[in-house]
Ligand binder design. Structure first.
Ligand SMILES: Nc1ncnc2c1ncn2[C@@H]1O[C@H](COP(=O)(O)OP(=O)(O)O)[C@@H](O)[C@H]1O
Ligand SMILES: [Mg+2]
Length: 284
């Protein structure tokens, strides 16, 4: 159960009872879009009405990862320009009725879209959803500033690599100085326990020593993430059992306030554990 302090803090962050969370990183390719898709599914499975917003107008991958690319008719672009209603642009997920996608318009949106447009879009969405997850582009320029403008919380995604951690540190500084985001939490993605054990990769503690941001979760390197992304079926749907799928579910439960301990992912699984993982990988 969430503590009363947590509930009071989170209540203060809500707009119309909705929490809007931006996923950002500074560095590209660390797993923001993958995490957005999976947390969207996981929060929807927990019963929350959830909207994932593609704010990466240059690359636009969120529709692909959710397997919704062929269902897009209108986008945020038509909503903002007033040529369609909000509900006409939202795309419902095939399997999770609680999950909707707000697709990105064409890359020319980058030329005119501004923070006020994003705030308007999120205010419109906040009436209908419990959670809005905003997938930010890489970098700290205009696209990032637009994505952040709609959020009162941020999830900083990092890989245990020095360049990723340094970029995330810069983003954390920008978010704090900007003052619009009140809660920043960290997800460390693509951790490889065997490399950590051999001291070839930064450990969770190493990352936390550099970034003074509270840890929300850890996702290990998992080839099922790549396979499921290619199929447009996020692991969090639960079709395949895998360590990353479990991690996404746990992060979603922590977001809703449950106290789920973060397991010691630095420790590689023993042979018996790995055999168990192998035998139970496909559960359909
Ligand atoms: N935990 C993980 N294990 C293995 N591959 C991952 C993991 N998380 C993300 N990836 C892969 O990393 C690549 C970049 O992910 P993506 O979500 O597109 O990053 P970003 O949005 O930050 O640019 C993709 O190929 C994705 O499948
Ligand atoms: Mg992305």
């Amino acid at each position: 159960m969430p503590s009363s302090g947590f509930i009071a803090h989170i209540d203060a962050l809500k707009t119309n009872n909705c929490r809007s969370i931006v996923l950002c990183s500074g560095k590209g390719g660390v797993g923001k879009t993958t995490l957005t898709a999976n947390l969207g599914v996981a929060l929807a499975k927990l019963g929350h009405k959830t909207c994932v917003v593609d704010a990466d107008y240059g690359l636009r991958n969120l529709d692909l990862l959710l397997g919704l690319e062929s269902r897009i008719v209108f986008t945020a672009q038509e909503v903002i320009s007033g040529s369609c209603r909000l509900g006409q642009a939202l795309v419902k997920h095939k399997h999770e009725a609680n999950l909707m996608l707000m697709p990105a318009g064409n890359p020319r949106m980058m030329d005119w879209f501004n923070p006020e447009h994003m705030q308007n879009l999120i205010t419109m969405l906040a009436d209908s959803f419990d959670f809005i997850l905003i997938d930010a582009p890489a970098g700290v320029e205009d696209g990032f500033k637009n994505a952040v403008a709609g959020a009162s919380e941020a999830i900083l995604v990092v890989n245990p690599e020095i360049s990723s951690v340094r970029d995330a540190d810069r983003v954390a500084g920008l978010l704090s100085s900007q003052g619009t985001v009140d809660l920043i939490q960290l997800v460390i993605n693509r951790v490889r326990p065997r490399m950590v054990e051999k001291l070839d990769m930064m450990s969770i503690e190493d990352v936390l020593d550099i970034l003074a941001v509270p840890l929300l979760g850890v996702v290990q390197e998992d080839e099922q993430v790549i396979i499921s992304s290619n199929l447009g079926e996020p692991l969090a749907l639960g079709k395949y059992k895998s360590p990353a799928g479990v991690a996404y579910g746990n992060i979603a439960r922590r977001i809703q306030g449950e106290e789920i301990p973060i397991s010691d992912i630095n420790k590689p699984a023993g042979f018996i554990d790995r055999l168990g993982d192998f035998l139970s990988t496909r559960i359909i």
